[in-house]
Design a protein around this ligand. Structure first.
Ligand SMILES: NC(=O)C1=CN([C@@H]2O[C@H](COP(=O)(O)OP(=O)(O)OC[C@H]3O[C@@H](n4cnc5c(N)ncnc54)[C@H](OP(=O)(O)O)[C@@H]3O)[C@@H](O)[C@H]2O)C=CC1
Ligand SMILES: CC[C@](O)(C(C)=O)C(=O)O
Ligand SMILES: [Mg+2]
Ligand SMILES: [Mg+2]
Length: 350
C-alpha cells in the first residue's frame, strides 16, 4: 500500500488568477460545463467571451447572465485562451471550422476532457499551449459549489507547452473556476480520458443506475410497492453516498445498523461479483484500444439511433414516473425542484 501519493496536487496558494489579467478567455459552449466555467471565470474577474452558434438556445441564457456572446470563430479571434466546452462529438468540427483558422501562436487551447486529443480527432498546431482543466463533477455543481464559496476537485494536464507558461495559465484557470479551492491533481490526457470514460460507464452513471433499476425491479416484481422500492433503492442512495463522500466506506458502515453492515458485507460481493469485475475489465479494454470512441463517433455520424432509443427507454422506466411523483409529495421537493430546474435550465442549453 502506498503511503505517498505520486501525483502533484495544487491548491489556491499554488495559483494566481492575475496570470490571466491580460488575457481574454473564449468559452466555447454554454452547457453543463460551459455555463459554469464562463460564470465562475467572470466572477473571478477574468475577461470572458462566450462562443455560441447564431441559433443557439444557450445564447439568451448567457446574455441574461451578463456575459458577452459571439460566434465561436469570433470568440477565438478575440481570445488568447480558448476553452473548448462543446460536446466531444462536435469538437473536431468546431476546431476545423472555428478554432484552427483563428488560433494564434502563444494561445492556449484547453479542454475539459481529453477524448479528442488522445484519440487523435484534433491535431493541435505547434506554437500553442494545449492544456486540460477537467472538473471531477457535473457542471451545474461546479457552478453551485463556486457560488457557495466551495471548491470542486479537478484534473490538470499539459499536452503541449510552447510558451513555457502552460501550467501557470492552466492553474490560474483552475483557480478561477473554483477547482483549486478543493484540489487540482496533475495527470495526463490519456489517464484523464481513460479513467473518466471508465468511471462514467462502469460506476458513476452506467453501473449505478443499472444497480438501482435492478434493485427497484426486484422489489416491485416481488410485490413490494413502487414507493417503497424507490425510497429503498434510489432516494436513500444519496444519503448513503453522502457518508461515503465525507469519510469513506467506513463512515457509512459505522453509521448504518450492525444488521445492515453484516448483510452488506456478506452479500455485497454476491451481487457485484467477480463476473462484474470481468465485465469492468472488458469495458476498460474497449476504452483503451479506442473501440468505444470509434463506436461513439460512428453512432453520431449515423444520427444517434441507439443513443436515442436507449435514452427513450430510460425515460420510460417506471422509476422515473414514480420518482417524479414522489419528489412532488415530500418536504425536500423544493431542493430537488431547484436541482431539477438547474438541470432543466442547462438541458435547455443543449
Ligand atoms: N457535463 C459534465 O459535467 C462534464 C463534461 N465534461 C466535458 O466538457 C465538455 C462539454 O461537455 P458538456 O458541458 O456536457 O456539454 P453540453 O452538451 O452540456 O453543452 C454543449 C454546449 O455546446 C453548444 N454546442 C453544441 N453543438 C455545438 C456546435 N456544433 N458548435 C458550437 N456550439 C455547440 C451547445 O449549445 P447549442 O446546442 O445551443 O448550440 C451547448 O451550449 C465535453 O468535452 C465533456 O466531456 C467534463 C467533465 C464533466
Ligand atoms: C460522470 C460523468 C462525467 O464524466 C462527469 C460529470 O465527470 C461527464 O462526462 O459528464
Ligand atoms: Mg467525469
Ligand atoms: Mg466524462
Amino acid at each position: 500500500m502506498t503511503d505517498e501519493f505520486t501525483t502533484d496536487i495544487y491548491y489556491d496558494d499554488d495559483a494566481d488568477v492575475s496570470t490571466l489579467d491580460d488575457e481574454t478567455v473564449a468559452v466555447l459552449g454554454y452547457g453543463s460545463q460551459g455555463h459554469a466555467h464562463a460564470l465562475n471565470l467572470h466572477d473571478s474577474g477574468v475577461d470572458v467571451v462566450v462562443g455560441l452558434r447564431e441559433d443557439s438556445a444557450s445564447r439568451s441564457a448567457a446574455e441574461a447572465d451578463g456575459l458577452t456572446v459571439t460566434t465561436p470563430a469570433d470568440a477565438v479571434s478575440q481570445a488568447s485562451y480558448v476553452s473548448v466546452l462543446v460536446p466531444d462529438t462536435v469538437q473536431a468540427d468546431v476546431y476545423e471550422n472555428a478554432i484552427e483558422p483563428n488560433l494564434e501562436a502563444g494561445d492556449t487551447l484547453q479542454f475539459a476532457h481529453g477524448l479528442n486529443i488522445h484519440y487523435n480527432q484534433i491535431q493541435p498546431p505547434e506554437g500553442v499551449d494545449v492544456t486540460m482543466v477537467a472538473p471531477k463533477s457535473p457542471g451545474h455543481l461546479v457552478r453551485r459549489n463556486y457560488e457557495n464559496d466551495e471548491g470542486t476537485p479537478g484534473l490538470l494536464a499539459i499536452y503541449q507547452d510552447t510558451t513555457g507558461d502552460a501550467q501557470e495559465r492552466a492553474l490560474a484557470y483552475a483557480k478561477a473556476i473554483g477547482c483549486a479551492r478543493a484540489g487540482v491533481i496533475e495527470t495526463t490526457f490519456q489517464e484523464e480520458v481513460e479513467s473518466d470514460l471508465f468511471g462514467e460507464q462502469a460506476v458513476l452513471c452506467g453501473g449505478v443506475t443499472a444497480l438501482v433499476k435492478h434493485g427497484y425491479e426486484a422489489l416491485v416484481d416481488a410485490g413490494y410497492s413502487p414507493e417503497i422500492a424507490y425510497f429503498e433503492c434510489l432516494n436513500e442512495l444519496k444519503l448513503i453516498v453522502d457518508l461515503m463522500y465525507e469519510g469513506g466506506n467506513m463512515e457509512m458502515w459505522n453509521s448504518v445498523s450492525d444488521t445492515a453492515e453484516y448483510g452488506g458485507l456478506t452479500r455485497g460481493d454476491r451481487i457485484v461479483d467477480d463476473h462484474v469485475r470481468e465485465n469492468m475489465d472488458e469495458v476498460l479494454e474497449e476504452i483503451q484500444n479506442g473501440e468505444f470512441t470509434r463506436e461513439w463517433i460512428l453512432e453520431n455520424q449515423a444520427g444517434r439511433p441507439s443513443y436515442s432509443q436507449l435514452r427513450q427507454a430510460e425515460q420510460e422506466h417506471e422509476i422515473e414516473d414514480v420518482g417524479a411523483r414522489l419528489r412532488e409529495l415530500f418536504a425536500w421537493a423544493d431542493d430537488e425542484t431547484e436541482t431539477e430546474a438547474e438541470s432543466a435550465e442547462v438541458a435547455a442549453d443543449d
